[in-house]
Design a protein around this ligand. Structure first.
Ligand SMILES: [Zn+2]
Length: 727
């Protein structure tokens, strides 16, 4: 017993001399004082962790149950407690943690209970290919200490993990090999060499649900942007790259400060990881070597991860009622940046298209059941639909009220766990309205409406024009109560009129009166409403072929590339089967026509059916001379991929893949999944380098109707201002 106390005393006193005064923990919160010693060569982790837990936690619980990585040998340093393995919870195969119970040896009297634990062991968990995210293919580790780097997170159980979900403020002091450095949440207050080891200390007064310890040998760059220190930790020195990140980061911090409120932390660090990731942690982001160098990341994943400091890592997610943070992060980062470039409507259309293509009766679920994405359907609901719900809130209440509601949600819930219900509360308070019906319909209920416009007519009575039309909701599920934007064009007018109609029946007739003659009507042409799209509203794209539950690949029996095409077909058959989809394979000489009841892939320029999808002819006027010339060359020397509507059934899509090189075909078999949103693509060389991409225009949309085909229509729909440009 004495030994333990003196050990604690020695341990703490060493650290006090090394790091200065130990901060007194806040009584209100759970607090940890963590001292870590890492030895890279042996992968050894030694931790002295002093936990401060409110007394209340011991009153209804006899013991204190926690989980810890099973490689770590634990002992308790203060004699007030005993620790032993919790036998009721035997170790299972593949489970990383062991469960322990800590029992008080005497009555707990102090308001804040101090528990000092000491443990050490080897932490190595090899990187494994993540099976779930087929389209991303990131590797994963639960936590590891290797020569390449250190990754310790909640998933590692490197700190005691309580049964209840506590939020911890913490001080983290790390001793690690020289030339290494450490990134964690909070502010770095010590970073120096002491006795042949690097000593790094972080303080995080902000409560956290897990503590990260990331370490590697980096080159460090920094820039002070107002109150926020912007840092870049790169594995290979690259000042130009670092400066790019530091520059855009201060721009984004400024943008979100205006939009939502002050950035919640004192620093933001870009950290280069030792495997490919796109993680957003509180006050830093962990991006892989390749990811970090993709030029578009600065304007897509990077602002997304940065914004997670507000949504997810500033206001935490209470997962018991669904993950709300992805939808709003996509909306205020990815969507906002596209909107700034005038691409808001097409971004929303792509998102609705994914929902339409990937979500079906079997895999659909309510947004409040979303936790994280493991496949395209989960992404289409948890990211896409959730993003569209935010767009509807903005469209309903206007830009200013939308911004005000989220600013309030942020200040009310900062460093707390929040739910969709808290977002609802904020919108209700700012707009003085009851939004129960809206949130129940969109968050608690699955599905989306499918709209159809019909019976459009104009009647003139005296000097008034009456525009009558019918809207139907075609989905199998119950009727949705929705407000829908309707745009009306007038003869010889440069301006058009936007009307809002409310639909709450399966079929509804609407009548709008004008004193000018309406010549055309568009229903939701800017994709403001969460709904399934009609295939004819949507340009054909590869994702339609990938997303279909049943598809067939037609192989070119007489092609010299038959083996390469067959390998591609077999690989895709496997990946599709893993998602419960059926992909069959058939040679072109075994069928007499292209199926119309499923998606179709036609492989090979010399496929019997390749003329079936000859875009050069059908779309020559929209492609233009230059692209047609490029397509001609690619057909001879490169690779061409298209998606077009099946001529015998526009609701099915036909995909075509033609290449002149076996290696290129192999490369395409891996690459094409990432190009799902495109309608045509061109690639060069055996590595399949992308040189051409785009979408072919949609056929006649069933969501608009030209009443007078002879009338000249000159008005165009003007996009609204981006959310960031709202005064
Ligand atoms: Zn995200």
């Amino acid at each position: 017993m004495i030994n333990r106390i003196s050990f604690l005393f020695i341990a703490v006193s060493f650290w006090i001399t090394a790091c200065g005064q130990v901060n007194k923990p806040d009584n209100e919160n759970f607090n940890q004082q963590i001292y870590v010693d890492i030895d890279i060569a042996t992968s050894m982790l030694s931790v002295t962790d002093t936990l401060y837990v409110p007394k209340a936690y011991f009153e209804d619980e006899k013991g204190f149950i926690f989980k810890l990585n099973k490689s770590l040998k634990v002992q308790v340093l203060n004699n007030q407690f005993s620790v032993k393995e919790f036998k009721k919870d035997p170790i299972k195969e593949g489970v990383l943690s062991k469960t322990y119970i800590l029992t008080p040896n005497e009555d707990v009297v102090d308001e804040t209970v101090m528990i000092a634990l000491q443990y050490s062991g080897k932490i190595v968990d090899e990187l494994k290919k993540g099976a779930a995210e087929y389209a991303r293919g990131f590797s994963e580790t639960k936590g590891t200490i290797t020569e390449k780097g250190v990754y310790l997170a909640g998933s590692t159980y490197w700190l005691p993990t309580l049964e209840i979900e506590a939020l911890w403020s913490f001080n983290l002091t790390v001793k690690i090999d020289t030339a290494w450095n450490v990134v964690s949440q909070g502010k770095r207050i010590i970073n120096k060499e002491v006795n042949g080891k690097q000593l790094v200390k972080y303080i995080s007064p902000e409560p956290m649900d897990e503590v990260y310890l990331i370490a590697a040998q980096w080159t460090e760059y920094s820039l002070q942007a107002g109150d926020v220190l912007v840092q870049a930790f790169l594995r290979t020195p690259d000042e130009k790259l670092a400066n790019k990140y530091l520059g855009v980061t201060s721009g984004y911090i400024d943008l979100y400060k205006k939009l939502i409120g002050s950035y919640p932390y004192t620093k933001f660090a870009l950290v280069e990881n030792f495997w490919e990731t796109g993680y957003g942690m509180p006050s830093f982001t962990l991006l892989g070597e390749k990811v970090i160098r993709m030029p578009w990341i600065l304007y897509s994943s990077y602002p997304h991860e940065l914004l997670h400091n507000y949504w997810g890592n500033g206001v935490f997610v209470d997962y018991s009622e669904g993950n709300w943070c992805e939808g709003i992060t996509v909306y205020m980062a990815d969507h906002l940046l596209q909107e700034q470039r005038g691409n808001g409507a097409s971004y929303r259309r792509t998102s609705l298209q994914k929902f339409t293509d990937y979500v079906n009766d079997e895999n659909d679920f309510a947004v409040n059941k979303f936790l994280n994405r493991n496949n395209s359907a989960e992404e289409a609901v948890g990211y896409g639909k959730s993003m569209m719900i935010n767009n509807m809130l903005r469209w309903e209440f206007g830009d200013k009220k939308f911004i005000e509601a989220y600013a309030k949600f942020y200040s009310d819930n900062k460093f707390r766990k929040a739910t969709f219900g808290d977002i609802q509360k904020s919108f209700e308070s700012v707009n003085s309205t009851d939004l129960n019906a809206f949130f129940t319909q969109w968050i608690d209920r699955k599905g989306a409406p499918t709209l159809k416009l019909s019976d459009v007519e104009v009647k003139k009575k005296k000097k008034q024009y009456h525009l009558n039309f019918t809207l139907k909701q075609l989905q199998k599920e119950d009727v949705f109560n929705i407000n829908i934007p309707v745009f009306v064009y007038f003869e010889g007018e440069n301006k058009l009129t936007e009307e809002r109609i409310t639909m709450n029946k399966r079929e509804q007739v609407f009548s709008l009166d004008f004193d000018k003659k309406p010549v055309r009507i568009d229903i939701d042409p800017q994709f403001q409403i969460m709904r399934r799209l009609d295939r004819k509203e949507v340009p054909a794209s590869l994702s339609q072929v990938f997303g279909e539950k049943e598809a067939i690949i037609i192989l070119p029996e007489n092609s010299k590339h038959l083996n390469a095409y067959t390998a591609l077909a077999k690989m895709w058959q496997k990946t599709q089967a893993a998602q419960g989809k059926k992909l069959s394979i058939i040679p072109d000489n075994k069928i007499s026509s292209i199926p119309t009841d499923k998606a179709v892939w036609i492989l090979g320029f010399d496929n019997k059916y390749s003329d079936f999808v000859n875009i050069a002819e059908k779309y020559s006027s929209v492609l233009g001379a230059e692209k047609l010339e490029q397509i001609k060359t690619l057909k001879k020397e490169g690779a061409l991929i298209y998606a077009v509507p099946n001529p015998n059934n526009v609701y099915q899509t036909v995909g075509f893949i033609g290449a002149n090189n076996d290696d290129a075909i192999a490369a395409l078999s891996r690459k094409l999944l990432h190009y799902g949103k495109y309608g045509y693509l061109g690639f060069e060389t055996e590595k399949a380098t992308n040189v051409l991409k785009g979408s072919l225009p949609a056929l006649d949309s069933p969501m608009n109707f030209v009443i007078d085909t002879k009338a000249e229509i000159s008005a165009v729909i003007v996009s609204r201002k981006a959310l960031s440009e709202v005064e």
